[in-house]
Design a protein around this ligand. Structure first.
Ligand SMILES: Nc1nc2c(ncn2[C@@H]2O[C@H](COP(=O)(O)OP(=O)(O)OP(=O)(O)O)[C@@H](O)[C@H]2O)c(=O)[nH]1
Length: 678
């Protein structure tokens, strides 16, 4: 007798896993998460119930609820409002995301009572508190209404396919062949994602005949027992969330790394939620088991609390204890990946036009637009006509993860493609069309539609008009990305900013990270209409330009309270609008000189803009701000000058600062007055 995973059956019945779990639990089937397996017999029972009920144009979940309601009545009148509420029969369609206020309006229930119910469930929420799926289900149950959750965040293959314009090919079962699974590695900061990915990549390099050189193209394939596995080479949530923000789903299985000495942490939970929302199987790698304070059992216990019950505890979640550092048990982990892949029957039809997803893209100076794709179905060939959102092209060359040119890329192959007319966005769905002219025409149409949307949609969030946008009801939440030089500052900022939420607007920290603000941050901000806060870090030049283009607001601070004040003021409409910083030039420190009575002077090369003697200067080392102050002297050769332009060398001293080093970077800036437009 076979078994089937909950999420697979859910997909088949067009339900969310959560809905199906509810139904199964009502049938006394022991299931805890989307990963749980159920017997074929049980699956058949559920299928039958559905068929029956769909004929009667109702869903099973409703019947179950009705049975529950009847039970309620049988148990006698409770005489209070709850029992009346249970009699409601209307079913409400709820689209996520939704706030308390929006839910109250859409089901016509007093918002205050709803807040009380939430308190009863242990959640202190205000009107603008966003409700997640779990809470919604509990709340609906508590209030006694029937809801149908449509998770707009949930991306199914179907949605991906809706974007397709090429011939609708239905693959026959006979045409489908197993393809390598595509894996992402997720987990909390420092739990060992990078180390694990490195170890796996290196083992591949060692095994490969060419040896030594791997080309970084964003993904790579490894051979285990003669079978291939494709890894997406970006650890963490970035790849995953940026793609999901664009509506793409590329991963088949996710490896969740949990450090045995640290246990389940916030980003572990986030990763679990992502994987659940995307209905992707999770394999747990309990890492760092070499450490003396490793407690793998504690990790298992904590996972259980989040619905992932390990196999050796009678559940369905595969847990592999590993040490990425000591390279222990890595093969076992990879074998488990293959096992799950086999169970999942991940298949594709290699004999059809290819389709895939862009996982990385850039404009290369010499080669033009370059994109790394993962082919999900079909085989990509040289000369194929491509369409990726508003970008078209023709495959001129393909390069694999070993840096070799190839002519064909079968399913699950990561491949770098030259030949796009422009840079396609990461996460974009790519399809091969029979005709290049058609690809060009569709791309052009889409480009124009996007342009129109841009014109209508100028309301990118910014602190300057945040207050007006709140007043006009256009903004209910302020999405924020925090980048900082150290983790401590992130935690401090995160805590204080979240507390700033008011009745009208909540503050959502959607992403944080240590290091310079990069293009991925801007991408994520743009996809989720967020502002980016940099604390003691700066954007690199590309990120700054990209942010300007995408109209994403970057706010850069050196003092925590200043960041908090400014956002608080912006929310209250009190933001002092007079002065806004403007970067006027960037320069590299090529050398330093000791000048008697003056101190250390930097020999500079101006890489961008114009340095003005009256501007201010900021010293950056690896994009981290080391010092800010005034320009003490600006000289060309022996002469004092008022300004120095891009492409020239000069000498510059910083007032009261001597610790300059070759390789440092100077950012020259000034404050400009901004008139507020009301
Ligand atoms: N003892 C031990 N240390 C490990 C192991 N795996 C990783 N580490 C160490 O843990 C630290 C963090 O590892 P990373 O691989 O950078 O972790 P990460 O999850 O990629 O971290 P972020 O990129 O910051 O999210 C490093 O100092 C690693 O050397 C392990 O199996 N055992």
């Amino acid at each position: 007798m076979g078994k089937i995973r909950v999420y697979k059956l859910a997909k088949e019945l067009a339900l969310s896993s959560k809905e199906l779990i509810e139904i199964l639990q009502d049938l006394d089937v022991d299931v805890s998460s989307h990963m749980s397996t159920i017997e074929d017999d049980t699956a058949k029972t559920v299928r039958d119930m559905f068929v029956e009920k769909e004929n009667g144009s109702e869903k099973k979940s409703e019947i179950v609820k009705e049975e529950k309601d009847t039970d309620n009545e049988k148990q006698g009148e409770t005489g209070n409002r709850d029992s009346q509420e249970k009699e409601t029969t209307e079913r409400h369609d709820i689209s996520l995301p939704i706030t308390v206020k929006e839910l109250a309006e859409s089901i016509d229930y007093p918002a205050n009572d709803m807040i009380k119910k939430l308190m009863g469930l242990g959640l202190m929420a205000n009107l603008n508190h966003p409700l997640d799926e779990d809470t919604l289900i509990m709340l609906a149950d508590e209030i006694g209404v029937r809801i149908n959750i449509k998770d707009t965040d949930h991306v199914s293959d179907e949605q991906e396919k809706e974007k397709r314009v090429g011939p609708k090919i239905v693959d026959k079962a006979a045409d489908l062949q197993l393809r390598p699974p595509i894996i992402t590695v997720m987990g909390h900061v420092d739990h060992g994602k990078t180390t694990l990915l490195d170890v796996i990549r290196q083992s591949r390099v060692a095994e490969s005949e060419a040896g030594g050189i791997t080309q970084h193209i964003g993904a790579y394939q490894v051979f285990i027992n003669g079978k291939k596995i494709t890894f997406i080479d970006t650890p963490g949530h970035e790849a995953f969330t940026a793609m999901r923000a664009r509506g793409a789903q590329v991963t088949d299985i996710t490896i969740l790394v949990v450090a045995a000495d640290d246990g389940v942490m916030p980003q572990t939970i986030e990763a679990i939620n992502h994987a659940k929302a995307a209905d992707i199987p999770i394999i747990i790698a309990i890492n760092k088991i070499d450490k003396p304070n490793a407690q793998p059992d504690r990790v298992k216990q904590e996972l259980t609390e989040h619905g992932l019950v390990p196999e050796d505890w009678g559940g369905d979640t595969i847990c592999v204890p590993i040490s990425a550092l000591k390279e222990e048990n890595i093969n076992e982990l990879l074998e488990m990946v293959l096992l799950v892949a086999e169970m999942e029957e991940i298949k594709a039809n290699p004999n059809r036009y290819a389709e895939g997803i862009v996982i990385e893209s850039e404009l290369d100076k010499g080669r033009g637009p370059v994109a790394t794709l993962l082919v999900k179905n079909g085989t990509m060939r040289i000369g194929d006509a491509l369409l990726a959102g508003p970008v078209s092209g023709r495959v001129r060359a393909m390069i694999d993860d070993k840096g070799e040119r190839i002519n064909e890329a079968p399913p699950a192959t990561p491949v770098e493609i030259l030949g796009f007319s422009d840079v396609p966005a990461a996460g974009e769905f790519v399809e091969v069309l029979p005709d290049e002219k058609e690809a060009r025409a569709v791309a052009e149409e889409r480009k124009q539609a996007l342009h129109q949307q841009d014109i209508q949609n100028e309301s990118r969030i910014s602190l300057e008009d945040l207050y007006e946008q709140i007043q006009q009801g256009k903004v209910k939440e302020l999405n924020v990305i925090i980048k900082a030089d150290v983790n401590g500052s992130i935690e401090a900022l995160k805590g204080s900013l979240t507390k700033l939420g008011t009745e009208e607007v909540t503050v959502n920290i959607i992403h944080t990270g240590v290091g310079a603000i990069n293009e991925t941050d801007v991408d994520l901000a743009s996809a989720s209409n967020a502002i980016i806060i940099g604390f003691n870090v700066r954007p690199n030049t590309n990120a700054r330009k990209y942010a300007e283009k995408e109209k994403v607001e970057l706010r850069l601070y050196r003092v925590i309270y200043k960041a908090i004040e400014e956002i608080k003021d912006a929310m209250a409409g009190l933001l002092d609008p007079e002065l806004k910083e403007e970067v006027t030039a960037r320069a590299e420190v090529r050398d330093t000189f000791k000048v008697p009575n003056v101190g250390i002077v930097a020999g500079l090369y101006v890489t961008d803009g114009v340095i003005n003697r009256n501007d201010k200067v900021r010293l950056l080392r690896d994009n981290v701000v080391v010092f800010e102050g005034e320009i003490a002297s600006l000289k060309r050769f022996e002469d004092d000058v008022r300004e120095v332009r891009e492409g020239y060398e000069c000498g510059l001293g910083i007032e009261g600062y001597n610790d300059l080093k070759p390789g440092d970077e100077l950012e020259i800036y000034t404050y400009r007055e901004i008139k507020r437009t009301l």
